[in-house]
Write a protein that binds this ligand. Structure first.
Ligand SMILES: Cc1ncc(COP(=O)(O)O)c(C=O)c1O
Length: 423
């Protein structure tokens, strides 16, 4: 396929790119056994993104209310992130791994400035699952214990370690045996953690709000109680902020809502600035010192790369400067209110509306209704998707800087789509 560079594709080129794109996707990448009609739809071929808008190859615009499952907190191609990354690309995209890279060091400092409490030592990696893997290993190193406590319906990633603490059987089952020392308790139940925590527990791992579990917001007492239990037993508390981090829930970090300082905090998704994948886990000097025994116990070739670090440092700077967490809180409250009135109009379709900031879940009465609603919104050029662990929940996770009129259009599209679900 020959791609037009620096200009819009002609009509013929659009057709060729769309046809080849669909064909290559289905031949080389698709994991579902059989292509559905939808998989042959050429309009599905995406071409560009800008702010809260995605354009397909034909130039048709979609409002991105999915935000790449949490990647696009700053929208697509934030100009400042793109400019900084381009500059770094022209100078030194990847690092020697021998010399000191000041850009990555700067990103570490920026993270330390904003992470809660005395969390200030960071390990950079490339994805959420790697951030969780590293956090689990560090917890074992520091405590010299083996066990983990996680929650039912949690999602922490799909590599072997993070999958071991992911609370969804259907993802785990084919890959057993995973880590053996993991106990799952219901999310939001601090007393249950208190009952199973023991002398061999290294860490408790939790999402501030369960994202893939269907946007489950815990009671205000939950995190502070878990913090207390962990401290009492000298067990580390790992906050998996891969989805909630950097403003998504209306605070820079989800744990900030409850004034809790975890021992390790994991990030990814939005840390990329929507431009270059980046993950991290951050901890205290004392816990990080566990790596001193052998700094090569944990390492990553691409982990500290300056291109990703540039994106991360810019993402943090912009999020703080533009007060995006506050904006997410305000817009989220308004949107929740409007969605609740939609629920009151269509109680036969919507079972619950919940969320925090701009991490919002619309729980439909069943999975088929959820899938049909996502399709109807797609037909109206609005992108949403279901939560991985609870597919009847439609998640709404737009960029934190989304123009308000685009949220109005989301609500309008829902107004039109919901009655059509009865047809
Ligand atoms: C809370 C949480 N942790 C970890 C992950 C895994 O991140 P990644 O897909 O980048 O490996 C996800 C992904 O959705 C997530 O939501």
């Amino acid at each position: 396929m020959k791609l037009p560079l620096g200009r819009q594709p002609s009509r013929d080129e659009q057709e060729t790119i769309a046809a080849e794109g669909i064909d290559n996707w289905n031949t080389y990448l698709r994991r579902f056994p059989k292509a559905k009609d939808r998989d042959r739809d050429r309009a599905l071929v995406e071409w560009s993104g800008e702010g809260s808008i995605i354009r397909n190859i034909y130039g048709e615009e979609y409002i991105d209310c999915l935000g790449g499952y949490g990647i696009f907190s700053l929208g697509h191609r934030h100009p400042e992130v793109v400019a900084a990354v381009k500059e770094q690309l022209d100078r030194m995209p990847l690092h020697s791994q021998y010399l000191v890279n000041p850009i990555t060091a700067e990103a570490g400092r920026r993270l330390a400035e904003v992470t809660p409490g005395s969390l200030r030592r960071t390990f950079f990696c490339n994805s959420g699952t790697e951030a969780v893997e590293g956090a689990l290993k560090l917890a074992r190193l520091y405590t010299r214990r083996r066990g983990f406590i996680s929650t039912e319906n949690s999602f922490h990633g799909k590599s072997m370690g993070s999958l071991s603490v992911t609370g969804r059987q259907v993802f785990r089952e084919p890959f057993q045996p995973l880590l053996q020392d993991v106990t799952f308790v219901p999310y939001g139940d601090a007393a249950a953690i208190g009952r199973v925590i023991g002398r061999d527990t290294a860490a408790v791992i939790l999402e501030p709000v369960q994202g893939e579990g269907g946007v489950i917001v815990p009671s205000d007492g939950f995190w502070p109680e878990v913090r207390e239990i962990c401290s009492k037993h000298d067990v580390l508390l790992i906050a998996d902020e891969v989805q909630t981090g950097l403003g998504r829930t209306g605070a820079l970090f989800g744990v900030n809502h409850w004034g809790v300082v975890p021992d390790i905090l994991c990030l990814a998704k939005a840390l990329s600035g929507g431009v270059v994948p980046c993950g991290s886990f951050t901890t205290t000097d004392e816990i990080f010192a566990s790596f001193h025994g052998n700094p090569m116990w944990h390492s990553s070739t691409f982990g500290n790369n300056p291109l990703a670090a540039t994106a991360a440092a810019k993402a943090i700077e912009i999020t703080v400067r533009e007060r995006l967490p506050e904006r997410a809180a305000r817009l989220g409250e308004g949107l929740l209110r409007r969605l609740r009135s939609l629920q009151a109009e269509h109680p036969w379709a919507i079972l619950d509306v919940r969320g925090k900031g701009l991490l919002i879940g619309l729980e439909m009465r069943d999975e088929a209704l959820g899938a049909a609603l996502a399709e109807k919104l797609y037909a109206r050029r609005v992108l949403v998707a279901y939560a991985l662990n609870r597919p009847r929940v439609i998640r709404i996770e737009p960029p934190l800087n989304i123009p308000e009129d685009l949220l109005d259009r989301l609500v309008e599209a829902l107004h039109e789509a919901l009655p059509a679900l009865r047809d």
